[in-house]
Design a protein around this ligand. Structure first.
Ligand code: 25A
Ligand code: L14
Length: 340
Protein backbone atom coordinates (compact mmCIF):
# COMPACT_ATOMS: atom_id res chain seq x y z
CA UNK A 1 0.00 0.00 0.00
CA UNK A 2 1.33 3.42 -1.04
CA UNK A 3 0.53 6.24 1.32
CA UNK A 4 1.01 9.03 -1.22
CA UNK A 5 -2.00 11.29 -1.73
CA UNK A 6 -2.86 13.52 -4.67
CA UNK A 7 -4.43 16.90 -5.31
CA UNK A 8 -7.29 16.19 -7.71
CA UNK A 9 -9.19 18.69 -9.89
CA UNK A 10 -12.52 17.86 -11.57
CA UNK A 11 -13.37 19.97 -14.63
CA UNK A 12 -17.10 19.71 -15.39
CA UNK A 13 -17.90 18.62 -11.83
CA UNK A 14 -21.57 19.64 -12.05
CA UNK A 15 -22.37 17.53 -15.12
CA UNK A 16 -23.80 14.03 -15.34
CA UNK A 17 -20.32 12.49 -15.67
CA UNK A 18 -18.56 14.89 -13.28
CA UNK A 19 -21.03 14.12 -10.51
CA UNK A 20 -20.47 10.41 -10.97
CA UNK A 21 -16.69 10.98 -10.86
CA UNK A 22 -17.09 12.41 -7.35
CA UNK A 23 -18.97 9.26 -6.34
CA UNK A 24 -16.35 6.99 -7.96
CA UNK A 25 -13.49 8.74 -6.14
CA UNK A 26 -15.39 8.19 -2.87
CA UNK A 27 -16.39 4.58 -3.53
CA UNK A 28 -12.96 3.49 -4.71
CA UNK A 29 -11.23 5.37 -1.89
CA UNK A 30 -8.96 7.22 -4.29
CA UNK A 31 -5.99 8.72 -2.39
CA UNK A 32 -7.22 12.34 -2.51
CA UNK A 33 -5.33 15.00 -0.56
CA UNK A 34 -7.08 18.15 -1.86
CA UNK A 35 -10.06 18.23 -4.21
CA UNK A 36 -10.99 21.15 -6.47
CA UNK A 37 -14.38 21.19 -8.21
CA UNK A 38 -14.44 23.20 -11.43
CA UNK A 39 -17.19 24.10 -13.91
CA UNK A 40 -18.34 27.00 -16.06
CA UNK A 41 -19.16 30.34 -14.43
CA UNK A 42 -22.87 29.33 -14.50
CA UNK A 43 -22.16 26.85 -11.70
CA UNK A 44 -19.68 29.00 -9.75
CA UNK A 45 -20.49 28.99 -6.03
CA UNK A 46 -22.74 25.91 -6.14
CA UNK A 47 -21.98 23.42 -3.38
CA UNK A 48 -21.20 19.76 -4.01
CA UNK A 49 -20.49 17.14 -1.36
CA UNK A 50 -17.28 15.09 -1.32
CA UNK A 51 -16.69 12.65 1.57
CA UNK A 52 -19.51 14.27 3.58
CA UNK A 53 -18.03 17.74 3.29
CA UNK A 54 -19.39 20.60 1.14
CA UNK A 55 -17.10 22.13 -1.49
CA UNK A 56 -17.82 25.25 -3.52
CA UNK A 57 -17.61 24.93 -7.30
CA UNK A 58 -15.01 27.28 -8.79
CA UNK A 59 -14.91 28.65 -12.29
CA UNK A 60 -12.53 26.75 -14.58
CA UNK A 61 -9.72 29.06 -15.70
CA UNK A 62 -6.28 28.66 -17.19
CA UNK A 63 -4.81 29.07 -13.69
CA UNK A 64 -7.00 26.44 -11.99
CA UNK A 65 -4.30 23.76 -11.99
CA UNK A 66 -1.40 25.25 -10.02
CA UNK A 67 -0.42 22.75 -7.31
CA UNK A 68 -2.79 20.06 -8.60
CA UNK A 69 -1.47 16.57 -9.48
CA UNK A 70 -4.31 15.00 -11.48
CA UNK A 71 -7.23 16.61 -13.36
CA UNK A 72 -10.26 14.63 -14.52
CA UNK A 73 -12.01 16.46 -17.37
CA UNK A 74 -15.63 16.02 -18.47
CA UNK A 75 -16.74 19.41 -19.70
CA UNK A 76 -17.04 18.78 -23.42
CA UNK A 77 -14.56 18.70 -26.29
CA UNK A 78 -13.98 22.44 -26.72
CA UNK A 79 -13.26 22.94 -23.02
CA UNK A 80 -10.77 20.05 -22.97
CA UNK A 81 -9.09 21.26 -26.14
CA UNK A 82 -8.47 24.63 -24.56
CA UNK A 83 -7.79 23.86 -20.88
CA UNK A 84 -6.05 20.44 -20.84
CA UNK A 85 -2.76 21.86 -22.19
CA UNK A 86 -2.83 24.53 -19.45
CA UNK A 87 -3.24 21.82 -16.81
CA UNK A 88 -0.42 19.75 -18.33
CA UNK A 89 1.84 22.80 -18.42
CA UNK A 90 1.24 23.28 -14.69
CA UNK A 91 2.47 19.69 -14.15
CA UNK A 92 -1.02 18.33 -13.56
CA UNK A 93 -1.70 15.10 -15.51
CA UNK A 94 -5.06 15.17 -17.32
CA UNK A 95 -7.41 12.23 -17.79
CA UNK A 96 -9.84 13.55 -20.38
CA UNK A 97 -13.29 12.16 -20.98
CA UNK A 98 -14.09 14.19 -24.12
CA UNK A 99 -13.45 13.29 -27.73
CA UNK A 100 -10.88 16.09 -28.12
CA UNK A 101 -7.60 14.17 -27.63
CA UNK A 102 -8.52 10.54 -28.26
CA UNK A 103 -7.02 10.12 -31.71
CA UNK A 104 -3.93 12.28 -31.05
CA UNK A 105 -0.95 9.92 -31.62
CA UNK A 106 0.80 11.48 -28.60
CA UNK A 107 -2.12 10.79 -26.26
CA UNK A 108 -2.80 7.25 -24.99
CA UNK A 109 -6.40 5.99 -25.21
CA UNK A 110 -6.95 3.55 -22.38
CA UNK A 111 -9.37 0.91 -21.14
CA UNK A 112 -7.66 -0.60 -18.07
CA UNK A 113 -8.94 -4.14 -18.77
CA UNK A 114 -7.49 -3.98 -22.32
CA UNK A 115 -4.37 -1.79 -22.65
CA UNK A 116 -3.27 -0.55 -19.19
CA UNK A 117 0.39 -0.48 -20.37
CA UNK A 118 -0.48 2.39 -22.75
CA UNK A 119 -0.85 4.79 -19.79
CA UNK A 120 2.98 5.06 -19.85
CA UNK A 121 2.61 7.33 -22.91
CA UNK A 122 1.05 10.08 -20.76
CA UNK A 123 4.49 11.74 -20.53
CA UNK A 124 4.34 12.95 -24.14
CA UNK A 125 1.54 15.51 -23.65
CA UNK A 126 0.58 15.07 -20.00
CA UNK A 127 -2.82 13.82 -21.17
CA UNK A 128 -4.50 10.39 -21.18
CA UNK A 129 -7.80 10.08 -23.06
CA UNK A 130 -10.84 8.14 -21.92
CA UNK A 131 -12.59 6.45 -24.87
CA UNK A 132 -16.17 6.87 -26.03
CA UNK A 133 -18.73 5.05 -23.85
CA UNK A 134 -19.99 2.71 -26.62
CA UNK A 135 -16.44 1.74 -27.51
CA UNK A 136 -15.38 1.03 -23.92
CA UNK A 137 -18.02 -1.60 -23.19
CA UNK A 138 -17.53 -3.23 -26.59
CA UNK A 139 -13.75 -3.66 -26.26
CA UNK A 140 -14.01 -4.92 -22.67
CA UNK A 141 -16.09 -7.81 -24.03
CA UNK A 142 -14.31 -8.30 -27.37
CA UNK A 143 -10.64 -8.05 -26.37
CA UNK A 144 -10.38 -11.50 -24.74
CA UNK A 145 -12.00 -13.06 -27.83
CA UNK A 146 -9.70 -11.11 -30.17
CA UNK A 147 -6.57 -12.24 -28.30
CA UNK A 148 -7.43 -15.90 -28.90
CA UNK A 149 -9.52 -16.07 -32.09
CA UNK A 150 -8.55 -12.84 -33.99
CA UNK A 151 -11.65 -10.81 -34.76
CA UNK A 152 -11.69 -9.77 -38.44
CA UNK A 153 -14.94 -7.80 -38.53
CA UNK A 154 -17.53 -6.38 -36.13
CA UNK A 155 -21.07 -5.30 -37.06
CA UNK A 156 -22.62 -3.34 -34.19
CA UNK A 157 -25.90 -1.53 -33.57
CA UNK A 158 -26.21 0.49 -30.37
CA UNK A 159 -29.18 1.43 -28.18
CA UNK A 160 -27.83 4.45 -26.29
CA UNK A 161 -29.19 6.17 -23.18
CA UNK A 162 -29.86 9.90 -23.08
CA UNK A 163 -27.55 10.45 -20.07
CA UNK A 164 -24.63 10.35 -22.54
CA UNK A 165 -25.72 13.79 -23.75
CA UNK A 166 -25.72 15.18 -20.20
CA UNK A 167 -28.14 16.47 -17.60
CA UNK A 168 -30.16 18.56 -20.10
CA UNK A 169 -31.01 15.49 -22.16
CA UNK A 170 -32.22 13.55 -19.12
CA UNK A 171 -34.50 16.49 -18.30
CA UNK A 172 -35.75 16.46 -21.91
CA UNK A 173 -36.75 12.77 -21.76
CA UNK A 174 -38.63 13.28 -18.45
CA UNK A 175 -40.29 16.52 -19.59
CA UNK A 176 -41.42 15.10 -22.94
CA UNK A 177 -42.71 11.89 -21.33
CA UNK A 178 -44.69 13.90 -18.79
CA UNK A 179 -46.05 16.22 -21.50
CA UNK A 180 -47.21 13.34 -23.71
CA UNK A 181 -48.89 11.53 -20.81
CA UNK A 182 -50.72 14.81 -20.10
CA UNK A 183 -51.83 15.21 -23.74
CA UNK A 184 -49.74 18.36 -24.23
CA UNK A 185 -47.06 19.16 -26.80
CA UNK A 186 -43.56 17.91 -26.00
CA UNK A 187 -40.86 20.58 -26.33
CA UNK A 188 -37.69 19.93 -28.35
CA UNK A 189 -34.53 21.46 -26.87
CA UNK A 190 -31.59 19.05 -27.04
CA UNK A 191 -32.39 16.53 -29.78
CA UNK A 192 -33.69 17.42 -33.28
CA UNK A 193 -36.71 15.11 -32.81
CA UNK A 194 -38.82 13.83 -29.95
CA UNK A 195 -36.92 11.22 -27.91
CA UNK A 196 -39.81 10.14 -25.65
CA UNK A 197 -41.45 6.98 -27.09
CA UNK A 198 -39.10 7.18 -30.09
CA UNK A 199 -35.67 6.10 -31.42
CA UNK A 200 -33.21 8.36 -33.27
CA UNK A 201 -30.56 6.78 -35.55
CA UNK A 202 -28.37 9.79 -34.89
CA UNK A 203 -25.68 10.29 -32.22
CA UNK A 204 -23.17 13.13 -32.48
CA UNK A 205 -22.87 14.85 -35.86
CA UNK A 206 -23.21 13.45 -39.37
CA UNK A 207 -20.08 13.30 -41.49
CA UNK A 208 -19.56 13.47 -45.24
CA UNK A 209 -19.35 9.67 -45.54
CA UNK A 210 -22.92 9.27 -44.27
CA UNK A 211 -21.87 7.94 -40.87
CA UNK A 212 -22.17 9.86 -37.60
CA UNK A 213 -19.06 10.83 -35.63
CA UNK A 214 -20.16 8.37 -32.92
CA UNK A 215 -20.18 5.54 -35.50
CA UNK A 216 -16.69 6.41 -36.74
CA UNK A 217 -15.38 6.60 -33.16
CA UNK A 218 -16.36 2.95 -32.72
CA UNK A 219 -14.04 1.99 -35.60
CA UNK A 220 -11.12 4.31 -34.92
CA UNK A 221 -11.05 4.05 -31.13
CA UNK A 222 -11.42 0.23 -31.17
CA UNK A 223 -8.36 -0.06 -33.43
CA UNK A 224 -6.30 2.25 -31.22
CA UNK A 225 -7.24 0.55 -27.92
CA UNK A 226 -6.87 -3.02 -29.23
CA UNK A 227 -3.67 -1.96 -31.04
CA UNK A 228 -4.73 -3.63 -34.29
CA UNK A 229 -5.54 -1.59 -37.39
CA UNK A 230 -6.71 -4.65 -39.31
CA UNK A 231 -9.92 -5.01 -37.30
CA UNK A 232 -13.01 -3.77 -39.17
CA UNK A 233 -15.94 -2.19 -37.31
CA UNK A 234 -19.15 -1.01 -38.98
CA UNK A 235 -21.65 0.68 -36.66
CA UNK A 236 -25.15 2.13 -36.49
CA UNK A 237 -25.62 4.18 -33.31
CA UNK A 238 -29.15 4.81 -32.08
CA UNK A 239 -30.54 6.95 -29.25
CA UNK A 240 -33.34 5.23 -27.31
CA UNK A 241 -35.59 6.59 -24.53
CA UNK A 242 -33.56 5.05 -21.68
CA UNK A 243 -31.94 7.12 -18.92
CA UNK A 244 -28.91 5.01 -17.99
CA UNK A 245 -27.17 2.11 -19.76
CA UNK A 246 -26.10 1.55 -23.34
CA UNK A 247 -26.96 -1.74 -25.06
CA UNK A 248 -25.23 -3.14 -28.13
CA UNK A 249 -26.13 -5.89 -30.58
CA UNK A 250 -22.75 -7.15 -31.75
CA UNK A 251 -21.90 -9.59 -34.55
CA UNK A 252 -18.29 -10.72 -34.89
CA UNK A 253 -16.43 -12.78 -37.46
CA UNK A 254 -13.19 -14.42 -36.33
CA UNK A 255 -10.21 -15.89 -38.17
CA UNK A 256 -10.11 -19.07 -36.06
CA UNK A 257 -13.11 -21.39 -35.70
CA UNK A 258 -15.16 -20.36 -32.66
CA UNK A 259 -18.18 -21.72 -30.79
CA UNK A 260 -20.71 -20.07 -28.47
CA UNK A 261 -19.28 -22.27 -25.68
CA UNK A 262 -15.76 -20.90 -26.33
CA UNK A 263 -17.04 -17.35 -25.94
CA UNK A 264 -19.07 -18.11 -22.82
CA UNK A 265 -16.18 -19.81 -21.03
CA UNK A 266 -13.77 -17.00 -21.95
CA UNK A 267 -16.11 -14.19 -20.92
CA UNK A 268 -16.92 -15.96 -17.63
CA UNK A 269 -13.26 -15.36 -16.70
CA UNK A 270 -12.69 -12.00 -18.41
CA UNK A 271 -11.79 -8.95 -16.28
CA UNK A 272 -14.63 -6.44 -15.92
CA UNK A 273 -17.18 -8.77 -17.55
CA UNK A 274 -20.16 -10.58 -16.10
CA UNK A 275 -21.88 -13.29 -18.11
CA UNK A 276 -25.68 -12.93 -17.90
CA UNK A 277 -26.87 -15.61 -20.27
CA UNK A 278 -29.66 -18.01 -19.37
CA UNK A 279 -32.40 -17.53 -21.96
CA UNK A 280 -34.43 -20.49 -20.61
CA UNK A 281 -34.97 -18.42 -17.45
CA UNK A 282 -35.43 -15.11 -19.39
CA UNK A 283 -32.02 -14.03 -18.14
CA UNK A 284 -30.07 -11.57 -20.33
CA UNK A 285 -28.43 -8.18 -19.76
CA UNK A 286 -30.70 -5.11 -19.60
CA UNK A 287 -29.86 -1.43 -19.11
CA UNK A 288 -32.04 -1.13 -15.98
CA UNK A 289 -29.87 -3.77 -14.27
CA UNK A 290 -26.61 -2.14 -15.40
CA UNK A 291 -27.45 1.27 -13.93
CA UNK A 292 -25.10 2.19 -11.10
CA UNK A 293 -22.79 -0.78 -11.80
CA UNK A 294 -19.23 -0.90 -13.12
CA UNK A 295 -19.21 -4.22 -14.98
CA UNK A 296 -19.92 -4.94 -18.64
CA UNK A 297 -22.73 -7.49 -18.95
CA UNK A 298 -22.81 -9.94 -21.87
CA UNK A 299 -25.53 -12.38 -22.91
CA UNK A 300 -27.51 -13.81 -25.86
CA UNK A 301 -24.25 -15.44 -26.98
CA UNK A 302 -24.96 -17.65 -29.97
CA UNK A 303 -23.37 -18.82 -33.21
CA UNK A 304 -24.11 -16.92 -36.41
CA UNK A 305 -24.92 -19.85 -38.69
CA UNK A 306 -24.82 -17.67 -41.85
CA UNK A 307 -20.98 -17.46 -41.86
CA UNK A 308 -18.18 -19.93 -40.97
CA UNK A 309 -16.78 -18.29 -37.78
CA UNK A 310 -19.45 -15.92 -36.49
CA UNK A 311 -20.91 -15.05 -33.09
CA UNK A 312 -23.80 -12.81 -32.04
CA UNK A 313 -24.02 -11.25 -28.59
CA UNK A 314 -25.67 -8.49 -26.55
CA UNK A 315 -23.46 -6.18 -24.48
CA UNK A 316 -24.76 -3.76 -21.81
CA UNK A 317 -23.04 -1.32 -19.41
CA UNK A 318 -23.79 1.88 -17.51
CA UNK A 319 -22.54 4.57 -19.92
CA UNK A 320 -21.93 7.14 -17.19
CA UNK A 321 -20.05 4.68 -14.93
CA UNK A 322 -17.93 2.21 -16.95
CA UNK A 323 -18.51 4.30 -20.10
CA UNK A 324 -17.14 7.46 -18.50
CA UNK A 325 -16.56 8.17 -14.78
CA UNK A 326 -15.38 4.74 -13.60
CA UNK A 327 -13.03 4.20 -16.52
CA UNK A 328 -11.55 7.68 -15.98
CA UNK A 329 -10.97 7.03 -12.27
CA UNK A 330 -9.48 3.59 -13.09
CA UNK A 331 -6.96 5.34 -15.38
CA UNK A 332 -6.18 7.81 -12.60
CA UNK A 333 -5.58 4.85 -10.27
CA UNK A 334 -2.98 3.43 -12.68
CA UNK A 335 -1.28 6.84 -12.84
CA UNK A 336 -1.32 7.14 -9.05
CA UNK A 337 -0.06 3.61 -8.38
CA UNK A 338 2.55 3.22 -11.10
CA UNK A 339 3.66 6.60 -12.40
CA UNK A 340 3.18 9.62 -10.13
O1 25A B 1 -17.66 17.46 -26.63
P1 25A B 1 -18.03 16.12 -26.10
O2 25A B 1 -16.80 15.38 -25.62
O3 25A B 1 -18.75 15.29 -27.11
O4 25A B 1 -18.98 16.34 -24.81
C1 25A B 1 -20.28 17.03 -24.86
C2 25A B 1 -21.03 16.90 -23.54
O5 25A B 1 -21.16 15.51 -23.30
C3 25A B 1 -21.00 15.27 -21.92
C4 25A B 1 -20.84 16.56 -21.16
O6 25A B 1 -22.17 16.99 -20.67
C5 25A B 1 -20.36 17.46 -22.27
O7 25A B 1 -20.72 18.78 -21.99
N1 25A B 1 -19.90 14.35 -21.88
C6 25A B 1 -18.59 14.53 -22.12
N2 25A B 1 -17.93 13.38 -22.11
C7 25A B 1 -18.86 12.43 -21.88
C8 25A B 1 -18.83 11.01 -21.78
N3 25A B 1 -17.72 10.30 -21.91
C9 25A B 1 -20.10 13.06 -21.72
N4 25A B 1 -21.19 12.39 -21.49
C10 25A B 1 -21.10 11.06 -21.38
N5 25A B 1 -19.97 10.38 -21.53
P2 25A B 1 -22.60 17.00 -19.12
O8 25A B 1 -23.92 17.68 -19.01
O9 25A B 1 -22.47 15.69 -18.48
O10 25A B 1 -21.51 17.88 -18.44
C11 25A B 1 -21.39 19.19 -18.71
C12 25A B 1 -20.38 19.70 -17.68
O11 25A B 1 -19.48 20.51 -18.37
C13 25A B 1 -19.44 21.79 -17.72
N6 25A B 1 -19.05 22.77 -18.68
C14 25A B 1 -19.57 23.03 -19.88
N7 25A B 1 -18.93 24.02 -20.49
C15 25A B 1 -17.97 24.42 -19.63
C16 25A B 1 -18.04 23.63 -18.47
N8 25A B 1 -17.24 23.78 -17.45
C17 25A B 1 -16.28 24.76 -17.54
N9 25A B 1 -16.15 25.57 -18.59
C18 25A B 1 -16.96 25.43 -19.66
N10 25A B 1 -16.82 26.24 -20.73
C19 25A B 1 -20.83 21.96 -17.22
O12 25A B 1 -20.92 22.87 -16.17
C20 25A B 1 -21.11 20.57 -16.69
O13 25A B 1 -20.51 20.43 -15.43
P3 25A B 1 -22.10 23.99 -16.24
O14 25A B 1 -21.79 24.91 -15.17
O15 25A B 1 -22.16 24.51 -17.64
O16 25A B 1 -23.46 23.30 -16.02
C21 25A B 1 -23.93 23.23 -14.67
C22 25A B 1 -25.37 22.86 -14.70
O17 25A B 1 -26.05 23.80 -15.53
C23 25A B 1 -26.80 23.12 -16.54
N11 25A B 1 -26.62 23.91 -17.78
C24 25A B 1 -25.86 23.56 -18.81
N12 25A B 1 -25.97 24.47 -19.78
C25 25A B 1 -26.80 25.43 -19.34
C26 25A B 1 -27.23 25.09 -18.07
N13 25A B 1 -28.06 25.86 -17.36
C27 25A B 1 -28.46 27.00 -17.93
N14 25A B 1 -28.12 27.39 -19.14
C28 25A B 1 -27.27 26.64 -19.89
N15 25A B 1 -26.94 27.06 -21.11
C29 25A B 1 -26.24 21.78 -16.63
O18 25A B 1 -27.29 20.85 -16.84
C30 25A B 1 -25.57 21.50 -15.31
O19 25A B 1 -26.40 20.76 -14.45
O1 L14 C 1 -17.74 10.79 -25.43
O2 L14 C 1 -24.40 10.28 -25.97
O3 L14 C 1 -17.58 10.95 -27.58
O4 L14 C 1 -24.64 12.24 -26.84
C1 L14 C 1 -20.33 12.09 -27.39
C2 L14 C 1 -21.83 11.85 -27.57
C3 L14 C 1 -20.36 10.83 -25.26
C4 L14 C 1 -21.83 10.55 -25.43
C5 L14 C 1 -18.25 10.93 -26.54
C6 L14 C 1 -23.94 11.36 -26.37
C7 L14 C 1 -19.75 10.95 -26.61
C8 L14 C 1 -22.47 11.65 -26.23
Amino acid sequence: MRSKKFNVALAGATGAVGNQMITCLEERDFPVNKIKLLASNRSKGRELIFRNRPFKVEELTENSFEGMDIALFSAGGGTSQHFAPHAAKAGCVVVDNSSAWRMDPDVPLVVPEVNPHAVAGYTRKGIVANPNCSTIQMVVALNPIHQKFRIKRVVVSTYQAVSGTGVKAMDELSDQTRAIMNFSDPELKVYPHRIAFNCLPHIDVFQENGYTKEEMKMLNETRKIMEDDSIQVTATTVRVPVFYGHSESVNIETEAPISAEDVKSMLAEAPGVELVDDPSQNVYPMPIDSAGQDLTYVGRIREDFTIPNGINMWIVADNIRKGAATNTVQIAEILAQDYL
